[in-house]
Design a protein around this ligand. Structure first.
Ligand code: C5P
Length: 396
C-alpha cells in the first residue's frame, strides 16, 4: 500500500522511541522506503545502527555534518520525501515545530519543508495535558499537520492517561490514509458541523441536541479521499477527525465568519445544526432571580450560513445542505433546497422515535436536481462515505 513512497521518519527522544524501530519494519513491509533521522535525545533510547539496519538506509543525525551537506542538503532531504513522520513526537519537538525553531537537524528539516507532516505524540500524561502542549497542539493542527494519538493507557512512568504512542498498526494506517492518492486530492472542501451555542448571559446559553457525529464523519470521509478539509465546528460531543483543519466556534455569527474566511472552496457541506435565533441583547452579567419575576428573552434571527454561501459571490461549485425535519421530511427538504439555493440536500427524519439525533445510525434521502433518492439505514460513517464518493464523482 505504500509502494514507492518515501518516508522521512524523525525519531524523537522518548521511551516510546523503541516502537519507531518496529514502525520502520512495518512501513518497509508495505513497500515504503524509510530514511530515519534521530534527534540527539533519541540516540539515548535507540541506536543509529539499529535504525539504519532496519531501514537499510543511511541515518541522519547532525545538522552540521558536512559530508551529508555535500551529498544531500537538509532542504533536499526534507523535500524529497512524500511524507515526514515524527514518531514519537515529544513535547519538546512539538513546541519547536509550533514555534518554528530550527536548532538541530530534526527541527530544521521540519521548518525547511513543504512536504506533508504527520506526528504521533508520546509523553507523560501531565506533559500532554499541560496548557503549553495543548496550545502547541492547536497551532500544529491549524498548520494542517496530521496528529495521530496519543492513546490512553498505562505509561512507562506508572501514570495512567493520554500520552502513549499510538500502536504501530494504527500509525501505519494513518500514514497510508495521509498518502492516499484519493479522487479528492487537491480539492478544498469546507464542512460545518455540530450545534451552535447562543449566549443568554455569561453562564447560560441556548443549544440543540446535535452531537456533531454526522458532520465529523463527513469530514473524515472527505479527508480519506484526499480532500483538504476545513472543519468549522460548534461545541460538539465528539472529537474532530484527524487530518483536517479544525476551526472551533461557538455561535452562528462566529461560524459564518469562519466559513467566509475559509472560502474559496471547491465544495461545502453544511452539516451544522445552527441555531435559528440568538438572544437579542445578551446580558453582560448573570441574570438574577427577582422575587418571582420571570426574565423575558427577546430573540433575533441568526444569519443563514448555507443560504449566504449558496447565494454568495464565492460560491463553491457544489453546495450541500442537511435538513433535519420531524414531519413531511421530503416536502420540507425539497422546498428548503429551492429556498436556500444549494445543489443537494441530505434530508433526515429527526423525530425522537428515530433515535438519529445523537445516535449511531442515519436514514437519509438525497435530494438533487434529479429528484429524491432514498438511502437505506446505515451507520453515520457509511452515510458519510457514500456522500463523499458522490461528491468526488460530482467534482470530477
Ligand atoms: O436549520 P435548517 O433546517 O434550515 O438547516 C438546513 C441547512 O441549512 C443545514 O445544512 C444547516 O447546516 C444550514 N443552516 C445554516 N445556517 C443557519 C441555519 C441552517 O447554514 N442559520
Amino acid at each position: 500500500m505504500l509502494a514507492n513512497k518515501r518516508i522521512l521518519l524523525i525519531i524523537g527522544g522518548g521511551i516510546a522511541a523503541f516502537k519507531a524501530l518496529d514502525l520502520i519494519r512495518r512501513l518497509r513491509e508495505q513497500g515504503a522506503s524509510v530514511t530515519p533521522v534521530l534527534t540527539r535525545a533519541a540516540e539515548q533510547f535507540v541506536t543509529p545502527l539499529s535504525a539504519s539496519a532496519l531501514a537499510a538506509n543511511k541515518v541522519y543525525r547532525d545538522l552540521f555534518d558536512l559530508t551529508d551537506e555535500a551529498e544531500m542538503g537538509h532542504i533536499e532531504l526534507s523535500r524529497s520525501a512524500d511524507l515526514i513522520v515524527v514518531a514519537p513526537a515529544t513535547a519538546d519537538l512539538m513546541a519547536k515545530m509550533a514555534n518554528g525553531h530550527a536548532d538541530d537537524l530534526a527541527s530544521t528539516l521540519l521548518l525547511a519543508t513543504d512536504t506533508p507532516v504527520l506526528i504521533a505524540p508520546a509523553m507523560n500524561v501531565r506533559m500532554w495535558q499541560h496548557p503549553a502542549t495543548q496550545r502547541n497542539l492547536a497551532t500544529l493542527i491549524d498548520d494542517a499537520i496530521t496528529v495521530v494519538g496519543p492513546d490512553d493507557g498505562t505509561m512507562a512512568c506508572g501514570e495512567f492517561g493520554p500520552g502513549r504512542l499510538s500502536d504501530v498498526p494504527d500509525l501505519v494506517a494513518a500514514i497510508v490514509a495521509r498518502l492516499s492518492d484519493g479522487p479528492l486530492k487537491g480539492k478544498h472542501i469546507l464542512v460545518t458541523s455540530g450545534p451552535t451555542h447562543e449566549p443568554i448571559d455569561p453562564v447560560r446559553y441556548i443549544a440543540n441536541r446535535s452531537s456533531g457525529a454526522q458532520g465529523t464523519a463527513v469530514a473524515a470521509a472527505l479527508a480519506a479521499l484526499g480532500a483538504q478539509v476545513t472543519f468549522v465546528t460548534g461545541p460538539a460531543d465528539i472529537a474532530p477527525p484527524q487530518g483536517v483543519q479544525v476551526v472551533p466556534v461557538e455561535t452562528a455569527k462566529q461560524m459564518l465568519d469562519a466559513v467566509n474566511s475559509a472560502l474559496p472552496a471547491d465544495a461545502a457541506v453544511f452539516a451544522a445544526a445552527v441555531a435559528d435565533w440568538r438572544v437579542a441583547s445578551q446580558s453582560a452579567s448573570k441574570i438574577k432571580k427577582k422575587n418571582g419575576a420571570l426574565p423575558s428573552l427577546q430573540f433575533e434571527e441568526n444569519p443563514d450560513i448555507l443560504a449566504t454561501v449558496a447565494q454568495g459571490k464565492t460560491r463553491p461549485q457544489l453546495v450541500v445542505g442537511f435538513a433535519a425535519e420531524t414531519d413531511d421530511v421530503i416536502a420540507h427538504a425539497t422546498a428548503k433546497r429551492e429556498r436556500k439555493g444549494c445543489d443537494w440536500i441530505v434530508a433526515n427524519d429527526v423525530s425522537p422515535a428515530t433515535g438519529i439525533m445523537g445516535g449511531a445510525d442515519n436514514t437519509v434521502t438525497l435530494i438533487t436536481d434529479d429528484g429524491a433518492e432514498d438511502w437505506p439505514k446505515m451507520s453515520k460513517p457509511e452515510v458519510a462515505r457514500k456522500l463523499a464518493a458522490r461528491i468526488a464523482e460530482a467534482l470530477k
